[in-house]
Design a protein around this ligand. Structure first.
Ligand code: PHE
Length: 364
């Protein structure tokens, strides 16, 4: 059964490419979620991705305590397609038309394959876009904030595993040195972590070397003997087959949809590996963008909200240990409770949101 409120598939009249916009839920508020422009073997794979990613955004918002819903847009490029500047602009205008036709039900932001400059183009057509460059009136690149939120999550994991949030001397394997991964690797190197890194782009090896990180091939890094594996690229890397070969104590990173299938969370738990749900660890970007652009929080407050991911992860890991659940189930339960409370118009959650300094947020 389709679990989404609305899915629009439109062939862009300028680009001829399929624009797939999925609004999963607006129960907590108008939906938000990034625009992914990526290659897929078939456009239907892009549809599958949009459906899963938008559902993940609903969970991301709910657990972060944001009064927003979940959505995502995917432009499915045929393999091997290169977008020159004109075609790229055409694609973005096609996307902007679809967003505008939803009239505020959904706002987009950056994701894999897009950034602030693309958001500025979308902003020429519709105001429902986050993370335009600051000079165009937006909150700018979300990736440093996603990276900072991931650091907060990693501190909570470190506290859980080692009794201290300090990351110096911890062995971390960062998968992907894209926008978020590179920021993350820099922050971790500055903290004195021992880094192993990879990227599908061999050219990024120079970045690794500049950071003093060990480089590994993308297929080797997942099974490195490290404290924490940090997925910061594409999803579906945690499969039933790979879990028995993992040698880390925990997996926690910002890549969306890390599990190939939902049962992998239980399997990791049985293997004694802590998995922090991606939608919890990777919320820093949307938390900053929505706090700044919708709630008019200043930089200090937005940063505090991003850093509160440490508290959220700590509470989830504690609740999971106490109740004998996986962190995935504990997080899903938190999300379900907030969605149910909002759907029934109750405000039973306001106490826990207020304890994070969120009490004055506009409620949907
Ligand atoms: N790519 C971001 C995410 O997955 C999406 C996003 C960022 C949406 C910033 C809006 C604003 O969380």
């Amino acid at each position: 059964m389709l679990d989404h409120e609305e899915v629009v598939i439109r062939v862009g009249r300028r680009s001829g490419l399929p624009v797939i916009l999925a609004v999963h839920s607006t129960v907590l508020g108008p939906a938000a979620g990034g625009l992914r422009i990526w290659h897929y073997p078939d456009w239907r794979d892009g549809l599958t991705d949009a459906l899963r990613l938008s559902a993940g955004m609903t969970l991301k918002m709910a657990v972060a305590g944001l009064p927003s819903g979940g959505g995502k847009t995917v432009v499915a490029l045929p393999e091997g397609t290169r977008l020159g500047p004109d075609r790229r602009r055409a694609v973005l205008q096609d996307v902007a038309d679809v967003i505008a036709s939803l009239d505020g039900t959904y706002a987009t932001g950056p994701d894999v394959g897009t950034g602030p400059a693309d958001m500025a183009v979308i902003g020429e057509t519709t105001p429902h876009v986050f993370c335009r460059p600051e000079e165009s009136g937006g909150s700018g690149d979300s990736s440093p904030h996603t990276a900072l939120g991931t650091i907060a999550a990693l501190r909570a994991v470190s506290r859980h595993l080692h009794g201290t949030p300090a990351l110096d001397g911890r062995r971390l394997a960062v998968i992907g040195l894209g926008r978020v991964g590179e920021h993350l690797a820099r922050l971790l190197a500055a903290e004195g972590a021992e880094l192993t890194v990879t990227d599908i782009e061999p050219g990024r090896r120079a970045t690794a070397e500049a950071l003093g990180a060990v480089w590994r091939g993308p297929e080797e890094i997942l099974t490195e003997d490290v404290d924490v594996v940090v997925p910061a690229a594409l999803g579906s890397l945690l499969t039933r087959e790979v879990v028995p070969r993992l040698r880390c104590k925990a997996v926690a990173g910002p890549a969306n949809n890390q599990l190939a299938t939902p049962d992998v969370a239980d399997l990791m738990h049985r293997h004694g590996i802590v998995w922090v749900p991606d939608y919890v660890a990777g919320a820093g970007g949307v938390v900053n963008a929505i706090s700044t652009e919708l709630h008019h929080a200043g930089p200090g407050e937005a940063r505090a909200r991003v850093l509160a991911i440490a508290q959220t992860v700590g509470e989830l890991l504690d609740a999971a240990a106490r109740e004998g659940l996986t962190p995935a189930r504990a997080a899903a339960e938190t999300a379900r409770r907030r969605l149910r409370a909002a759907a029934s118009g109750a405000c039973g959650e306001s106490a826990s949101l207020a304890s994070r300094g969120w009490g004055h947020l506009p409620r949907p």
